[in-house]
Design a protein around this ligand. Structure first.
Ligand code: GGG
Length: 358
């Protein structure tokens, strides 16, 4: 496998030590879905995979109790001592401005320079109306309006967006390579007609990389036209690349094609730091405070994120087994409420686990 695509087995801090995974459940349903991923880690260990998992308390509860989001020492520990972070979700109604969420999740994404946020969008089960759907969104994960620079003034609010050529190039290079390896088309979503500076840069770099990847069927589209075409026929798209903001919106729409946010996984990495990178696996969904604590959340997005992490570590058989256990459980009728079923989070996790080989 190529460096910069998932499944490259050298993404680890040390070859002769166990893979170290930091567990950050975060807020709301994060802990509930994380609880269903832990037995998957245990299962991988039972198959001979060498891993250690350590919990970290970062989230709203910890912030309200201690005033700490992530300390510098803890951040350094995550960066230098862990191969991966398995993350639940952030967001808590008791902190309406989301300052702890920024300081935790955006700090991790930006501090670890996790430029590539990979959000595949395939039907989690073959029993579906769109079996041909094979979409993969590459979302830039550290810049754009997420630079968190701006101000609220009387009668006026300002949000800046920063796009740097190295990050844009890294994201697009990863998307081109992925499209090449999987023989998929590549579409860049942009609004360079309005956002002349930032998205103008995206289009320029895209056109540049198109020359070095002549085998990829690549096109740049205005995001509004792309969204319209996507809703009309999602199977007409392959890899979609976009900046942080558009990439978030487009991938959330794509999640709706496969059953909703509850089933959508993601993995983030730093393509320019293959040997030093702590990767981040997290479901696309947030903390869902409306259903938090009720045992109703769908653990599929979390489990498929765990499968992406396994694949990234080179544990392809385990990644495939988890994905097919999810598919088999869904085919057998196991569904949470968001998918029209009646199961709670734990029962859904149990149903999926029962489909894993022993
Ligand atoms: N598991 C993803 C999560 O917790 N998302 C919450 C959130 O607010 N994310 C900001 C973003 O990704 O746009």
């Amino acid at each position: 496998m190529e460096c910069g695509t998932i499944g490259w087995s050298m993404w680890r801090k040390s070859l002769d030590k166990p893979i170290r995974i930091a567990l950050i459940p975060g807020d709301g349903v994060g802990g509930e879905v994380m609880a269903e991923a832990l037995p998957c880690l245990e299962w991988a260990r039972s198959r001979g995979r060498s891993l250690e998992a350590s919990p970290f308390p970062y989230g709203a509860e910890h912030y309200l109790a201690t005033g700490e989001t992530i300390s510098n020492v803890a951040f350094d520990e995550l960066r230098d001592g862990y191969d991966a972070i398995l993350f639940g979700a952030v967001g808590d109604p008791r902190i309406p401005d989301g300052r702890h969420a920024e300081a935790i999740l955006l700090r991790i994404r930006q501090g670890l320079e996790l430029t590539v946020n990979f959000r595949p969008c395939r039907q989690p089960s073959p029993q579906t109306q769109m079996p041909d759907l094979d979409l993969e969104v590459f979302r830039e994960n550290t810049e754009g309006p997420y630079c968190l620079q701006g101000s609220t003034e009387p009668g006026r609010a300002v949000d800046f967006a920063i796009h740097t050529e190295p990050a844009v190039r890294r994201l697009l290079e990863a998307a081109f390579r992925r499209a090449e390896v999987r023989n998929l088309s590549l579409t860049l979503a942009h609004k360079a007609n309005v956002l002349k500076h930032g998205h103008g840069l995206w289009v320029r770099v895209f056109e540049d990389l198109r020359k070095t990847h002549p085998g990829v069927a690549a096109r740049a589209m205005h995001a509004d036209a792309l969204l319209c075409a996507l809703v009309q026929d999602p199977t007409a798209f392959g890899v979609i690349a976009a900046d942080n903001y558009l990439g978030d919106l487009i991938s959330d729409l794509c999640a709706a094609f496969i059953g909703g946010m509850g089933v959508a996984p993601s993995l983030s990495w730093a393509p320019h730091r293959p040997f030093r990178c702590t990767v981040l696996a997290e479901p696309v969904h947030g903390s869902a405070p409306d259903i938090a604590g009720k045992g109703l959340a769908n653990p599929v997005g979390m489990l498929l994120s765990t499968a992406l992490l396994f694949r990234h570590l080179g544990w392809e058989p385990e990644a495939k087994e988890v994905e097919s256990a999810v598919a088999r459980a869904l085919e057998a009728g196991a569904k949470t409420r968001d998918l029209g079923g009646t199961l709670g989070t734990a029962a859904m996790g149990t149903a999926i686990r029962s489909c894993l080989p022993h």
